[in-house]
Design a protein around this ligand. Structure first.
Ligand SMILES: [Zn+2]
Length: 292
């Protein structure tokens, strides 16, 4: 079963919707949109969920509530979530807080969804908990599936606007809403596959020979462990040990050095052969050529 989730950012931006802005002329849509984008992104971490955004995601067109409701109903959405931010008097004040709405009457599923989302949302915004509320909003009334409407905080509050202007808070709010939906619907997080890791033997640094005559004839220097598989082939052929650059830098460990990855910088030897390319694939090619 795939969860069909529909939702919207309230209104539109760019002055398309009359009003719906802070006393400093910031559009509600911008705040709403940042939250819904984070919400959408967070949903990607879960299995078996698809999301339909019923508004215009560019914010240039205010899709009517009728159309938003229609899209969700025709698509057969399982849940609906609408993202808003509040306003009280459209002038600065100290009213504050986060609230989550369901439609008038008793709607146990919507209320349970609202509960899971709301508690997380309050934490994300870090504002006063104004609680779960009920209202005769069209988007709640006419959508056929459990639906909730979020009012993250007040655009015309000197307290709340600080949170609304903080993208980190709005992102956290989107993640919080996704987490609440996941809890309600029992969504499972995707298992992220790690690339298979091959155990790499760390080459043992050998003690520095006491006398020149004791000194190794040949040694191989790698830049990092990524170069080791290539260097190993060379080591077998030359019967020479492999050293990490950081270990042999500035000291003489062999008469001849073969550098596999990186430059000759800091290499001390009678002869230094450079077998490095621009990246480890080119380096592998250079070594291959040398071994021919
Ligand atoms: Zn609104």
């Amino acid at each position: 079963m795939v969860l069909k989730l529909a939702g919207c950012a309230g209104h539109a931006g760019f002055g398309v919707t009359a009003g719906k802005r802070s006393p400093a002329n910031e559009y509600e849509w911008d705040f709403n949109n940042k939250v819904i984008l984070a919400f959408e992104q967070a949903l990607k971490k879960y299995e078996d969920v698809v999301f339909l955004r019923t508004d215009d995601r560019t914010g240039r067109k205010d899709v009517s509530l009728d159309d938003r409701v229609d899209k969700a109903n025709r698509w057969g959405a399982d849940l609906y979530i609408s993202f808003h931010h509040n306003a009280y008097l459209a002038r600065w004040g100290t009213w504050t807080g986060t609230e989550t709405y369901t439609y008038l009457g008793s709607w146990p599923d919507a209320e349970r969804l609202a509960g899971y989302v709301h508690s997380r949302l309050v934490e994300a915004y870090g504002l006063k908990d104004r609680g779960l509320k009920k209202a005769d909003f069209q988007i709640l009334r006419e959508t056929k599936m459990p639906s909730i409407l979020l009012e993250g905080g007040y655009m015309d509050s000197t307290i709340d606007i600080k949170k609304l202007r903080d993208d980190k808070v709005l992102r956290a709010a989107g993640y919080a809403a996704a987490s609440g939906v996941a809890k309600y619907a029992g969504l499972k997080k995707k298992v992220t596959e790690k690339p298979p890791t091959k155990p790499v033997q760390k080459p043992k640094p050998e003690p520095k020979p006491k006398e020149e005559d004791d000194m190794l004839k040949k040694a191989i220097v790698i830049n990092g462990f990524a170069d080791f598989p290539v260097a190993e082939r060379l080591a077998l052929k030359l019967k020479a040990p492999v050293y990490l650059r950081s270990i042999v830098k500035g000291q003489k460990v062999a008469k001849e050095l073969y550098v596999v990855g990186g430059t000759k910088d800091g290499m001390v030897a009678d002869k230094v052969t450079l077998l490095s390319g621009a990246d480890r694939f080119e380096t592998a090619a250079a070594v291959g050529e040398f071994l021919k």
